[in-house]
Ligand binder design. Structure first.
Ligand SMILES: [Zn+2]
Length: 300
């Protein structure tokens, strides 16, 4: 079945998860002539002329504070593809990487880069953020060690293994007949309306999370849930699960702690929102799954 590949998905590499526990194999790949390494500084990618900048393995090794700052992204044919995590206040593009490009905001870059590149960047950003936040064993508190090219941490004291987390979120468009409900949060750009969203909680199915969030945020009863598509969202590591939520009636009772406003739109109005033809209102950006939820329902 064909499926949609959103921004921040579409990583084209073979992740070689069955081989990446072999440190010698990874070291050989990094040292080989075909190795290439993308760079992020505090979560921002290195770009030049609107494209990702690639370093060779030797330079990346020189610049890495330690081997934990190098992540194995996967294989492109026989070549190893890695990501380098640079930290600290000093801009490396004004130091050791001078002349090679500039570090730019990930979201702005993602709106312009080819989808497969955004998949590589979201993978790298999520893994680097996970490492930053999980340096210690959550069982015993010892400093843990990165293995498997950055995809696992092990505790030298208690042998616990720690894996990068993915946090599932439901994001849904409540619909009934020819109408859908969009909402806005006060922190969003003025006039922006989007789908509703929230985290899936332990012990909850996707459908239950969808029904709970729609009830909490809009006061509406969900009677049916249809899957649309999903999107990795590397802030730091969410998986947005896009849904169309059939609701029982149009008696919305929004929770104004979560939403500043909601509004019902007909399909014709939702199409105008998507096309930017409603004065003072705007849709989510195209790189967000919410745009495609509204778009695909409105044009169905
Ligand atoms: Zn431990």
């Amino acid at each position: 079945m064909p499926f949609v590949t959103h921004t921040f998905a579409g990583n084209p590499l073979d992740r070689a998860s069955d081989r990446r526990s072999d440190a010698d194999w990874l070291a050989g790949l990094l040292g080989a002539a075909g190795a290439r390494v993308l760079v992020m500084w505090n979560g921002a990618p290195l770009l030049k002329d609107g494209a990702l900048v690639w370093l060779d393995g030797g330079l990346a090794k020189q610049l890495a504070a330690d081997e934990e700052h190098l992540l194995f992204l996967g294989l492109d044919g026989g070549d190893g593809v890695f990501a380098l995590d640079l930290e600290g206040p000093a801009d490396p593009a004004e130091g050791p990487l001078e002349g090679r490009g500039a570090f730019g905001d990930l979201r702005a870059a993602a709106a312009e880069l080819p989808i497969p590149d955004t998949g590589l960047l979201s993978t790298a950003r999520s893994l680097f953020e996970w490492r930053r936040r999980h340096r210690h064993c959550s069982v015993c508190g010892q400093v843990s060690k990165s293995v498997d090219g950055g995809w696992k941490r092990v505790c030298p004291a208690c042998d616990a293994q720690h894996f990068p987390r993915v946090d599932p979120c439901v994001i849904m468009l409540p619909v009934i007949g020819d109408k859908c409900l969009v909402g806005r949060q006060a922190v969003w750009a003025a006039g922006r309306y989007s789908a509703l969203a929230g985290f899936v909680e332990p012990g909850e199915s996707i459908e239950e999370a969808c029904a709970r969030e729609v009830k909490e945020e809009a006061g509406l009863t969900v009677t049916g849930v249809r899957y649309h598509s999903s999107q990795p969202w590397p802030y730091p590591s969410n998986l947005m699960i896009g849904l169309i939520a059939e609701v029982a009636d149009t008696e919305a009772r929004p929770d104004f702690n979560e939403l500043e406003a909601v509004r019902w739109m007909t399909k014709a109005e939702a199409r105008e929102l998507i096309e930017g033809r409603i004065e003072g209102l705007s849709s989510p950006p195209k790189l967000a799954i919410a745009y495609w939820l509204i778009h695909d329902w409105a044009f169905s």
